[in-house]
Design a protein around this ligand. Sequence first.
Ligand code: ZN
Length: 479
Amino acid sequence: MCMKRSPLAQLFRSSNNLRLFSLIALVLLTAAIVTPALAQDEPQYPIYIVESGDTLNSIALKFGVTTQDILGINNFDNPNFIPVGAEIKIPGYEGITGTLTTRPVELGETIVSISEQYKIPLPVLLKLNRLVSPDEIYTGSEIIYPVGGDQKPFNSSIRGEDGITPLEASVLNNLNPRFLSITHPQESSWQFLSTDVAFFDSPGDGQYANPIAREIVKFDISPLPLVQGETIIISIQTNQSANLQGSLNGSELHFFSDTDHQYYALQGIHAMAEPGLSDFTLSGKFSDGHEFSFSQKLILKAGNFSKDPVLYVDPATIDPENTKPEEELIQSVIKNATPERMWKNQFSLPVDEPFCIYSYFGNRRSYNGGEYKNFHTGLDFGVCATLNIYSPTPGIVVFAGPQTVRGNLVLIDHGWGVYSGFYHMKDIQVKVGDRVETGTIIGTIGDTGRVTGPHLHYEIWVNGVQVNPETWLFDRVYP
Ligand SMILES: [Zn+2]
């Protein structure tokens, strides 16, 4: 017998071997058919990365599933201790892949627009966010959505204008209408509402349209959510001159500009404003004649304030007969928003160092055992260095004189609706109309008016509302 036959020929030598070959071929063929089918059937889950403070229970609650469901598809060494950073498969979201992450809902976004942008069916997105209806989501709230999975978001959008077709909109937005027809094939019959946003994929990096107006290049409102006692800055960059109006939490906004096509409005949020939803409106007209108007509810969060012990003071100083005229006088002085912005840098300390703070802004207060319906409207500096009081930034003195509650009082206008107030001064060394610079001495620390001891009460007003001065003194430069 020739021994040089190929192994394959040897395999065919007997009927036994032939049967073996058939079996192997069948197994291989079956494997070839079954393997891709298995891959398709294998369930895909979105991933959640464990954060500090998470437990199996809190994760189950967060995604509306049971701990048993999570345990059923994950292998934990110890379910009572899931390390921060561990990747957990989340059941119950068929068709969703990638990592579940959160980001705040931005101005102009709705859950519908987010579902379109990320190509996630609305019911899935609602379930993921534990929402019963699309109306439950507001600017500044956190939204859970998947990133890095199969559902890549559209990279571009255009916004709707009344009565125009997507074709016209694409021309206005310098887009090739061909890319639009991908998502909106019946463009001739399909019209935008002014609040609509259409998403699509454009070649290259793409760009999302501003949801408020096409002339707006950049829009920012911060901080979001709004916080009691904080200064909110609304910054709008446009591609042409604009005349802007608006309101936030009941206050009329004043927009100012000291650079071409860049507008700012600053607004204080009252320290006792009701947490929940706050109204924001914006409207305007551009130099090309186009007008727009926009409104959306924003989330307003409580600030982190503590309760002061009950303060006992001369009853005359809390009698509305004395306090009301004084409050009205101050309101009348600080209500004007001067178009010149006089500050450039962060505010300086109004006292010498080392400084000490006796009481913080926002503390809830009760006078003579009454209800805690008042709050501390400024920052109290004790006497820990010299008695000198300085202007923290340039401005113009708009009030200087004695008052019942505030004692010797100075008010300085810094422009754009921002004012400084200095209370309980021993003596005043400036007069109305004086232009002061950073560091100009305006008087000395005293104990005049409603006080329990000598200190400087320093406060900042932003568009008619007292705000936390710490942000201006220690944290940031506005705008
Ligand atoms: Zn005070």
